[in-house]
Design a protein around this ligand. Structure first.
Ligand SMILES: Nc1ncnc2c1ncn2[C@@H]1O[C@H](COP(=O)(O)OP(=O)(O)OP(=O)(O)O)[C@@H](O)[C@H]1O
Ligand SMILES: [Mg+2]
Length: 344
């Protein structure tokens, strides 16, 4: 009896969480302002039911994590965790390897999802070299705080090109980045994950730091990540590190589904020889990795000068109509299809 009840309950929670992903894509307004508006009709209806459940539960603990509220307690004698989802999906963009294009993929994927109508936020968790302030042209943004509210103080992300951006870079002086490693960085990140007021989002993308260390573990525990997108270049020397990165998500204690691999810098085509492909970093290494690890290959993105230039200029290529932007559209569509197919 109890088990059946638990099952029904978890089904309801899944519905509450996924409805916000499915419906809002079609209906979300394209303007940044609209993101602040309340949830859509269907979500509100589900929320009423959830509120009733929360009310009937003997709550022992309430926690705000990245815009979602988690209630732990006992309902009709059963231990339950109720989740009021302010955010549909929290996705980590990661790689065991540095410099393979995680941040570039994160920025362009976020903007593409936004163009498709989703409400999107980015948490730039790269304490070693936060890139989002530059890529979104919001360097020097000082997050406004809300000290007046009861409970935990809130901080507000920057809004750029319709995407909400919070970066550890807003708090670190680049010259101090080195001393931010270890517990200090972990604490600062924990504060960001717990105190940022995202409002309603369909996707929160996390730009993860390179490597597989303590910071990653605490981020993964703190953020309740729904899935990981792995970025790799094709070359052999990257693949061993990337395999370790995949292993981190799949470790028994972590158990975060790896949604797919993006092969970045897959080839180079010079403008004067448009039919030619030069495999500068080797050919198909990440494809092969995807096959051997049984993970979908979500996209192959070539090395394109304008991708680098546009990111450096604070207007990533996904903001323009171009053949380069089309690679990220393909990635976003494959990602959404994968999420729908697997239900992650
Ligand atoms: N497809 C691409 N074509 C051309 N340049 C690219 C492409 N992807 C990324 N770059 C460039 O490669 C460099 C590294 O990319 P990026 O900073 O996104 O990597 P990263 O994995 O986030 O690095 P880190 O591990 O340091 O955080 C940047 O200068 C970026 O502009
Ligand atoms: Mg980066």
């Amino acid at each position: 009896m109890n088990r059946l009840f638990k099952k029904t309950l978890s089904l309801m929670l899944v519905i509450v969480m996924t409805v916000s992903l499915g419906v809002s894509a079609a209906a979300a307004d394209q303007t940044g302002d609209a993101q602040a508006e309340g949830p859509l009709g269907l979500v509100s209806a589900m929320s009423v039911e959830l509120n009733a459940l929360v009310e009937a539960t003997k709550i022992s603990k309430t926690e705000e994590i990245a815009g979602n509220t988690f209630y732990e307690g006992v309902l009709n004698g059963v231990d339950v965790v109720l989740v009021k989802a302010g955010i549909g999906k929290v996705l980590a963009v990661a790689s065991g390897k540095g410099g393979v294009g995680k941040s570039t993929v994160t920025a362009n994927l976020a903007l593409t999802l936004r163009n498709m109508g989703y409400r999107v936020g980015i948490l730039d968790a790269d304490i070693y070299g936060p890139s989002m302030p530059t890529m979104f042209g919001v360097e020097g943004y000082q997050p406004a705080g809300d000290e007046e509210e009861e409970g935990t103080p809130r901080i507000y992300p920057a809004l750029s090109m319709g995407v909400k951006v919070m970066s550890i870079g807003f708090f670190i002086n680049p010259k101090d980045a080195l001393i931010w490693r270890g517990p200090m960085a972990t604490n600062a990140l924990r504060q960001l994950t717990h105190q940022t007021d995202w409002g309603e989002l369909d996707f929160l993308l996390i730009d993860m730091p390179p490597g597989t260390g303590d910071i990653h573990l605490s981020l993964m525990q703190d953020l309740k990540i729904s899935g990981a997108i792995i970025v790799s270049t094709p070359q052999k020397i990257a693949l061993a590190d990337v395999r370790r990165g995949i292993g981190m998500f799949r470790a028994k204690q972590i158990n975060i589904p790896v949604l797919g691999i993006v092969e970045n810098m897959a080839w180079f085509t010079p403008a004067e020889l448009p039919a030619n492909r030069y495999y500068i970093f080797g050919k198909g290494g990440a494809q092969e990795l995807a096959r051997s690890e049984n993970i979908p290959l979500l996209a192959e993105i070539p090395l394109i000068q304008s991708v680098r230039e546009a990111a450096d200029a604070g207007t990533p290529v996904a903001t323009q109509e171009s053949t380069s932007a089309a690679f990220y559209t393909g990635l976003a569509k494959n990602l959404v299809t994968e999420l729908e197919k697997t239900g992650h």
